[in-house]
Design a protein around this ligand. Structure first.
Ligand code: COI
Length: 332
């Protein structure tokens, strides 16, 4: 049995080597290249493909995999929004993801960024580096006094919720699917508008879909409390960035922590050598603001998460090849 693993980064390599050692009946071929039209030939002769990338899995690539007889594609991440679903289906390609490599990693990072915003630590760090050790005007706010609105109560949303509750915040949530445990706690509001109206902090944890693209737009911001904080460790497409900039300018939004950005592909996880060379003026404008924390999609990036992404995706691919079954199959 042969699996070709694409886009393997240096930090994933030791985990992949270990997995290979433990699964000596599987021939593993790995490459640092991503899966695209120029690299897909490498998969010829394999039984399955394991990948991770944010650039699209195009119809051309999926048709090629299909023509090689490859039916199993296992992603090392959770989001499946970059797959051409029609092409996968017509080629009979089954896709698995890793839905829970570490929800806690993302939740912990999200709350870390919120605390930095509330306690103004980036501003104090900057002032201190310039020899300014004064307090004012950077007076902080306390999370225990706030209502946090969690948008989507999947694994990551629920992990974040626990931490917010640990800080003593009141937590409310919106989701089309109600988790029975949370339902019992009376945590859900019925509409996004209710969440907007009641929340001091809005914590986004929804996958990207056609329906929720730019859900945080001018209209949504206008329904929020003045001075709301926005946290997005989920998908850039959830926020209309131009509308967010307007809401920051007007003071409607007091601060934002963005681990994702709608135009991040090709920009995040790249070294441009200097700030000036980052090729996105709008992003740089956001990065320059003291009350906006931009991070390059790193909420997931922990040792445990990376290990699990490699192991769970390889296990899923192997299981599909051996048995045709996996508990990580996604419906596209
Ligand atoms: C995902 O798992 O879908 C993520 O967003 C994390 C990714 C950058 C590895």
């Amino acid at each position: 049995m042969k699996i070709v693993a694409y886009g393997i980064r240096d930090d994933e390599k030791p985990y992949l080597d270990k997995w290979s050692e433990e699964n000596s009946n599987v021939e593993v071929q790995s490459t640092g290249d991503l899966l695209d039209e120029s690299t897909v030939e490498l998969a010829k002769g394999a039984d399955g493909v394991v990948t991770y990338q944010q650039k699209p899995y195009t119809a051309e690539v999926l048709d090629k995999l299909g023509s090689f007889g490859i039916k199993f594609l296992s992603l090392r991440n959770v989001g499946v929004d970059n797959i051409d679903a029609d092409a996968a289906k017509r080629n009979g390609i089954q896709v698995t993801n890793v839905p829970a490599y570490s929800p806690e990693a993302i939740a912990e990072f999200t709350v870390t960024q919120l605390m930095r915003l509330l306690r103004r630590t980036p501003t104090f760090d900057k002032k201190q580096s310039q020899g300014d050790l004064r307090w004012a005007p950077d007076i902080a706010e306390e999370l225990n006094q706030m209502t946090v609105g969690v948008f989507a109560t999947g694994r990551i949303g629920r992990a974040a919720m626990k931490i917010y509750q640990g800080f003593g915040a009141k937590v409310i949530a919106y989701d089309v699917f109600h988790n029975p445990e949370l339902e019992k706690q009376g945590i859900y509001v019925e509409t996004p508008e209710e969440l907007y109206a009641q929340s001091d902090v809005i914590s986004l944890h929804a996958p990207a879909t056609k329906e929720n693209e730019h859900m945080l737009n001018d209209d949504a911001f206008s329904k929020m409390k003045d001075g709301v904080y926005i946290l997005n460790p989920a998908r850039g497409a959830l926020i209309d960035t131009d509308a967010l900039v307007r809401a920051l300018d007007s003071g409607k939004v007091a601060g934002a922590a963005l681990d994702v950005y709608e135009d991040e592909v090709g920009i995040f996880n790249t070294d441009f050598g200097s700030f000036d060379k980052i090729p996105d003026e709008r992003l740089k404008g956001l990065m320059k603001r003291d009350n906006v924390l931009v991070s390059p999609h790193i909420a997931f990036y922990t040792k445990r998460a990376v290990r699990n992404m490699v192991y769970f995706a390889m296990d899923a691919n192997k299981s599909l090849i051996e048995t045709g079954k996996s508990d990580k199959l996604v419906e596209l």
